[in-house]
Design a protein around this ligand. Structure first.
Ligand code: SF4
Ligand code: SF4
Length: 115
């Protein structure tokens, strides 16, 4: 399947830390791949996009990220690859869910997002 690159909304969610809980896969907006750069509250870009495959061996293609349930339901790639049966990650809904992220970071390439 030919997947276009220019449909990305730059939400950055696919590059942020995730946590699988009993209820859902949660997205941590405070921690992400060290190459994710915050532009504003809704816009994040990859600072090594053109050389990400050599700089970031953990970086996932859209299809791989879809298979890993790393793309939120609103991601345009999910529209293309299929919403039926797909469960995407979501943001925490309350403080209790936010707290679950404490001490969960296990990936060396994740860093706190700079404000
Ligand atoms: S989740 Fe989708 S729209 Fe958001 S940055 Fe990743 S690929 Fe782009
Ligand atoms: S290297 Fe990959 S995972 Fe990291 S910010 Fe860039 S696109 Fe996201």
């Amino acid at each position: 399947m030919n997947i276009p690159e220019n449909i990305c909304k730059k939400c950055g969610f696919c590059c942020m830390e995730k946590l699988q809980t009993e209820k859902a896969i949660l997205i941590n907006k405070k921690r992400a791949c060290k190459f994710l750069k915050k532009i504003d509250n809704n816009t994040y870009i990859c600072s090594v996009y053109d050389k990400r495959l050599t700089e970031a061996p953990w970086c996932m293609s859209a299809v791989y990220a879809y298979d890993a349930h790393a793309l939120p339901m609103a991601c345009p790639y999910v529209e293309i690859l299929g919403k039926d049966g797909y469960v995407g990650p979501r943001l925490p809904r309350d403080e209790e869910e936010e707290k679950l992220f404490k001490n969960t970071s296990i990936f060396h390439f994740m860093e706190d997002i700079k404000e």
